[in-house]
Design a protein around this ligand. Sequence first.
Ligand SMILES: [Zn+2]
Length: 453
Amino acid sequence: MAAREYDIVIGLEVHVQLATRTKAFCACPTDFGAGENSQVCPVCMGMPGMLPVLNRRVVEMAVLLGLATGCAINRESVFARKNYFYPDLPKGYQISQYDKPLCEHGKLPVLIDGAWREFGITRIHIEEDAGKSMHGGGGSLIDFNRTGVPLLEVVSEPDFRSADEATAYLKTMRRLVRSLGISDGNMEEGSLRCDANVSVRPTPDDPFGTRTELKNINSFRFIARALDYEAARQWDMLQHHEVVVQETRLYDAEKGRTYSMRGKEEAHDYRYFPDPDLLPLIVENDLVEQARGALPELPWQRTRRYMDDLGLSAYDAEVLTADEELSDYFERVVDEDVPAKTAANWVSSELLGALKQRELEMASNPIEPERLRSLIKLVAGERSRAKSPRTYSPRCSRRRTIRRRSWRRWAFSRSRTKGRSPPSWTRSSRKARRKSSNTRAEKRRFSVISSAR
Ligand SMILES: [Zn+2]
């Protein structure tokens, strides 16, 4: 990539929708795709006099993510009301955390082009989702099923200096929440949403420029494009002595550009104050220790293991750990007869290639790992048999080869002179040829040909 004449500064706010069975502060189910407004109750609809009750599972999941990213877990944190008006927010406020979040000061290790980088995490806090407005058809409709669904907001430090770094971080975050089992990380269904703060400056030594916030970039395909477009737009403005305004912008994927949505709110616009309906959240030692014990092998630990213990290249390790299902599959293919490197080649090129050709996801891969393993062994066995000098005596084998070659050459040239395509067995596999040449009919044909000469 050509060197840029300016420095980009990006910070990300990732919203992770937690895979709890019920909402954050009431017992309504959270199933995706249920009929509109079928999963609501007086609590999440914000009826007067209703009291929220915190879902313990939400705290457990938040602590799990906090520990995985090396955050400090604050033993006391406070729920606050974030006040704003929006038709899909029936209470008129969102329950969130403000000055006392649950987790702070973490980092996420990310492998980028074979080198490890660490990106700072400022804070992780618990909040509830708003509903969903649907516009069109001469009016607007609102679905409140999503109201009160638990989210974790992960706020990063402004550590990213390119759109590619931001994308790699986001992909690692998705792998992490999936491997922890706290979210399906599905961007299309909105389980993972990303807002980005973008600013530009002439050199890395200059102070940060005025930033704009890009809202809801919900596809890996568009993130890099949206960030690059926005940075270039700001730089262009600065070159023309215009002022970049702090505002919230949206990315139009079809037109490939960002446009202004509204002026950026400051924290004081939300009139945060501690929610009087909820006591401060006290996290006990037991809960933290239980979560620590439940931590699985983290995605970057897996990538490092593939490189250090299995001897795979950074590239192979990155491809194979990009997806939890893929890594699990790969590990089931490896055994004492199928070394990691061989399995890695088969899985990352043959299998993924075949799936891509058929437009299949890893989840719908029809080939059991055991079957792929036997195929790899079969092919390896064939190769070693073909190379083995003990299978035939050199003389016998040479004679056979010459005979087979001349017969094939003859059949091939005959088909050419008659304008036909050559018979398929002239191209058949070594194994099939050996088998057919062993049949009596084949031997007879050989003798006919040799006598005809
Ligand atoms: Zn409810």
